[in-house]
Design a binder for this molecule. Structure first.
Ligand code: FEO
Length: 399
């Protein structure tokens, strides 16, 4: 993808990964992704803000050639993860006079991950400024969006905040900005998916970073994935809702069923909750895009995990989901387990509960059925649906 001009002297020079399907071999990318590197041309110095995946370095170099860049003074590294830092060694090879500018923690990680020579890196402190002549960069530490070393770079004169992963989205697009009707809905959805899969465990840190952004009042936010954001309030407003304690009257039911018994329970519970005007999302974990489940974990009031008992525990796909949920630490208020067993259902419940130790939701009494659910089991499921929907409604109003 060719160079894109953001403002006078400020260019997108990154790379688009149109058909990448997984990130970190974990996160699904239905819209591909981009690695956004930015070039800032001051009248005295030139800075490159972040780079690209190493296998995309030729696209970066082609863009720099298009702009006839002969000298880079500074390579700003906001984040050491290789999708942004991985091409730094190659940039240093081509522009040997460049210095890498980053914070102390990121410096250590760049040395560990890329074997960068220590004397090529200059450490900056919180709030420090770096003059490019008529343009000034200022640095703010922003830990845990996404690793502990992450920081923001603020371009003072143009009021652009370069946030690296934060407020980004995995979208491959030829469009630079978020401003068309066509991409607005996609940007919202993919930004939410990105938050759900990458940022959700750090929501308490994120609240502070959103306060900083409110204070800076940027005109443009330039993240390292997806589109450049002009409608800053649209995205920060969405983020504020996601990181808040507020939940929606929604129950998600991630499930696996081997011989339909658990499935009958899930179908009945789904129907009963819907009658109570609760938003219900059953997800068959054998088929579901885990990114979609993660997106609902952002604001669902309750999660009911449904599993058969197999191999003296829960189904492995259920445990895989529970492990992920435990890591994402959603703000879910209520959680429970339902399922069918042949001779011992408690081991399945214990297995799930032991996998979810980090989730601070209130546990509701599990509901287990031997074999197929019978009349009495359906009566219990109906009562459970009534109890759960009342709790979910109350939690949704009071948060
Ligand atoms: Fe886009 Fe945490 O790297």
């Amino acid at each position: 993808m060719a160079v894109k001009r953001i403002k006078e002297g400020i260019y997108w020079v990154g790379a688009i990964d149109w058909d990448r399907v997984l990130f970190d071999e974990l996160v699904t990318l239905p819209e591909g992704t981009s690695y956004n590197a930015y070039l800032v041309l001051g009248n005295k110095k030139t800075a490159l803000i972040d780079t690209v995946e190493p296998y995309k370095k030729e696209e970066l170099f082609k863009n720099l050639e298009e702009l006839e860049v002969e000298k880079i003074d500074y390579i700003i590294s906001n984040h050491a993860e290789q999708d942004h830092s991985g091409a730094i060694p190659y940039v240093l090879e081509r522009f040997p006079e460049a210095k890498v500018i980053t914070n102390k923690k990121c410096k250590e990680m760049l040395i560990d991950l890329l074997e960068l020579p220590e004397d090529k890196i200059e450490v900056i402190e919180e709030g420090q400024e770096l003059s490019l002549g008529n343009k000034t960069l200022k640095f703010f530490m922003a830990p845990w969006v996404h690793w502990p070393e992450t920081m923001f770079t603020w371009l003072k004169e143009d009021r652009i905040l370069f946030t690296c992963d934060f407020l980004g989205s995995h979208i491959a697009t030829s469009e630079l900005f978020d401003t068309t009707d066509e991409n607005r809905a996609k940007v919202y959805l993919e930004t939410k998916r990105y938050y759900a899969e990458i940022m959700m465990p750090f929501r308490n840190f994120i609240k502070k970073h959103l306060n900083l952004i409110d204070a800076l009042k940027p005109e443009i936010i330039a993240p390292s994935h997806g589109v450049v954001i002009k409608d800053v309030e649209f995205i920060t407003g969405a983020y504020k809702r996601w990181v808040s304690d507020q939940v929606k009257p929604m129950v998600i039911i991630p499930f696996v069923s081997m011989h339909e018994s658990t499935r009958h329970m899930v179908d009945f519970l789904t129907s009963e909750l819907a009658k109570e005007e609760i938003i219900v999302r059953p997800y068959n974990l054998i088929k579901a895009d885990i990114g979609n489940v993660a997106m609902d974990l952002v604001d669902a009031a309750a999660v009911v995990i449904a599993s058969p008992t197999v191999l003296a525990g829960a189904h492995p796909s259920v445990i895989s989901f529970a492990y992920l949920m435990n890591g994402l630490r959603p703000k879910t208020k209520f959680i429970s387990v339902i399922g069918s067993y042949g001779w011992n259902g408690k081991v399945m419940v214990n297995h799930i509960q032991n996998t979810l130790k980090n989730v601070k939701a209130q546990w509701l009494e599990p509901l287990l059925v031997k074999g197929l659910p019978k009349k009495e089991d359906y009566r219990k499921l109906k009562a459970f649906a009534k109890e759960l929907s009342a709790k979910v409604k109350e939690a949704s109003i009071s948060t």
